[in-house]
Design a binder for this molecule. Structure first.
Ligand SMILES: [Zn+2]
Ligand SMILES: [Zn+2]
Length: 308
């Protein structure tokens, strides 16, 4: 599928809300939605580069489609601020457009945004994807080799969080990946710090300790698992890191989420491990077990599958 390059001038009030806050929000929540308008018919970067106007019927015309990749590029302003700064996908295409304007309102789910200053610098981007320069103030479409080159360039610019198992958003073609929705508490870095400080970094199901086994600090590698049952999470719900989250190693975390919609509880995981002879009870300290009791109360209150 083709991808759209959107030139963005940060001096224009295009972005809804402060951009810096959204950089953080994407890290925490995985996605931030923004409204934009795109020309109804997009020119390919090759046609745009040769100054063929799509509205005059010459050159290929590409229709904006839901699911298309979007690349956010700054081409104006101070050179130190120019370059590739974000990735998203077109989530909604269409809506009420201003009359007599050949534009299509769209909503873009941005799933990766870089802070100003962290962008892939424009000279390097142009070296990788020369078609970028065709987006001279208006969105253009890149396809084929250019699109692949854009993904490769993005892999260079984007640093995933330590311990993240997700590929960098946009680094793989849509056919090679899928978005896994986790609730945002599981990826909130502030919540993680509190949980690790309080409960340590060992897996609370199998006891795996990253430091013991691999000699690496587990604080960044262990995953956070949100154990509060969905029916307790309403609009007024505020996460309590000390009760609502437990550290799990990646394999126990995958197993926990292998049941849907109610993930396996920590005690159920322990039963599985014990049955197959893999549970080493001594790996968890009494302190860690005691810290879990608050969470267990909630779990026990709702772990009956026949409960309404
Ligand atoms: Zn584990
Ligand atoms: Zn989880």
């Amino acid at each position: 599928m083709a991808a759209v390059i959107i030139p963005w001038n940060p001096d224009e009030p295009h972005w809804d809300g402060p951009y810096a806050a959204d950089v953080d929000a994407v890290r925490r929540a995985g996605v931030v939605r923004q409204r934009w308008t795109l020309p109804s018919h997009l020119a390919s970067s090759h046609a745009a580069a040769s100054h063929v106007s799509p509205s005059h019927g010459a050159g290929p015309v590409i229709t904006t489609e839901r699911g298309m990749d979007v690349w956010l590029v700054i081409l104006t302003g101070p050179p130190a601020a120019q370059g590739l700064i974000g990735h998203g996908t077109l989530a909604v295409v269409g809506g009420t457009a201003p009359e007599d304007e050949p534009v299509t309102p769209v909503e873009i789910d941005f799933d990766a945004l870089l802070a100003h200053g962290d962008q892939l610098a424009l000279p390097r981007l142009v070296e990788c994807v020369p078609g970028v320069l065709a987006a001279d103030g208006r969105p253009v479409v890149i396809e084929g080799a250019d699109e692949a080159a854009m993904r490769a360039a993005w892999r260079e610019a984007f640093t995933p969080d330590v311990g993240s198992l997700d590929p960098a958003p946009g680094s793989l073609p849509p056919t090679a990946g899928m978005r896994v929705q986790v609730n945002r508490f599981e990826r909130d870095p502030d919540v993680r710090r509190v949980v690790v400080a309080h409960r340590g970094a060992a897996c609370h199901a199998c006891g795996l300790d990253f430091e013991q086994r691999y000699g690496l600090d587990g604080g960044d590698l262990v995953q956070m698992h949100h154990i509060t049952p969905p029916e307790y999470v309403d609009a007024d719900y505020a996460v309590d890191p000390l009760v609502d989250l437990v550290p799990l190693c990646p394999s126990c975390h995958v197993v926990a989420h292998s049941r849907w919609p109610r993930p396996y509880g920590i005690s159920e995981l322990r039963v599985m491990l014990a049955r197959s002879g893999f549970l080493r009870g001594t790996a968890l300290t009494d302190e860690q077990l005691a810290a879990e009791s608050g969470a267990a109360r909630i779990l026990d209150a709702s772990s009956d599958p026949d409960a309404p």
